[in-house]
Design a protein around this ligand. Structure first.
Ligand code: GUN
Length: 292
């Protein structure tokens, strides 16, 4: 069994990005600039955004963090998005999700200029991804593809089960694993209403678990030699930790790991790759790689 080290892989890629940015700047180019909008004080979102700002520093990017209290109106948030759309110094920006209930998330995503949508959430980027056109690809699926590639894991012709159908992970992941130019696999998407999810999993060469349910994938659901990618990061209370919680993946790691050929840990697997992919997208935005 090989433990997939997302932290080390992300560090290598961020170092490559930093090198490229150094050369760009030495030639008189501009530093890529990522802006992030954070609404409220959700613990998980605070951590993600803090880590995104740190990653920008590591890559030699400029970053701007814009914070609002969770009583911000939808109009005010839309005005901020509009301002960033028109700010020529900002190459790309994200609105950290989830947003408070009174704000229509989809409306905010639709308001983002797709050319600056480094999260790859805008329908234009989602649609272009679905038909294999150059675009910003959602960071978590892109990070997973990068990990599979980095470890030389064969996906072409394999049976892949994606657990979960979220817009951010499940749906784009399934699309990418299916496409010839990316995964080239046979893909099944399983969710809370799938008739025989366990059977689908037992037949899978690759399982990508993104349902946010701790220890959902148990050893009896995994065939020998399978590749397991765990996207889950649920906070579960743990009195032995200073923070009072630990992160739990969707996979019962202790029991599943001995059966696998490759497996990602939580933390240190997919998480660091998500942020690293956001950096890749920001570099591409800075270079106007996909859109003028
Ligand atoms: N919330 C959880 N994951 C993400 C992400 O990748 N981007 C944004 N903007 N919000 C998130």
């Amino acid at each position: 069994m090989t433990l997939i080290d997302g932290k080390a892989t992300a560090a290598t890629i961020k170092a490559q990005i930093a090198e490229e940015v150094k050369e760009m700047v030495a030639k008189g180019g501009k530093q890529p600039h990522l802006a992030a909008i954070l609404v409220g004080h959700d613990g998980g979102s605070e951590t993600y955004v803090k880590n995104k700002v740190i990653a920008c520093e590591q890559c030699g990017f400029k970053s701007t963090l814009i914070r609002y209290e969770d009583d911000i109106t939808e109009e005010a948030l839309l005005a901020c998005v509009d301002k960033l759309n028109h700010d020529e110094d900002v190459d790309g920006f994200i609105v950290q999700l989830p947003l408070p209930k009174h704000i229509d998330e989809q409306k905010i995503i639709m308001a983002i200029d797709y050319k600056k949508d480094v999260d790859g959430f805008h329908p234009i980027n989602v649609g272009r991804m679905a038909i294999g056109l150059p675009c910003f690809i959602s960071a978590t699926p892109l990070g997973i593809l990068t990990l599979l590639q980095h470890y030389g894991i064969q996906t072409s012709g394999k049976k892949c089960v994606v657990l979960g159908r979220s817009n951010i992970v499940g749906k784009p992941m399934a699309q990418l694993m299916m496409q010839k130019q990316y995964g080239d696999a046979t893909v099944a998407v399983c969710h809370s209403h799938s008739a025989d999810l366990k059977k689908e999993c037992r037949e899978a060469d690759i399982i990508i678990a993104a349902i946010g349910c701790p220890n959902f994938v148990t050893a009896d659901m995994v065939k020998n030699g399978a590749v397991i990618i765990d996207v889950g990061t649920t906070r579960v209370s743990d009195a032995t930790r200073k923070s009072g919680f630990r992160l739990s993946g969707d996979v019962d790691f202790e029991k599943v790991a001995p059966k696998c050929s490759y497996i990602t840990p939580v933390p240190g697997g997919v998480g660091p790759m998500t942020i690293c992919s956001l950096m890749k997208n920001t570099l591409a935005a800075g270079k106007k790689e996909y859109y003028q």
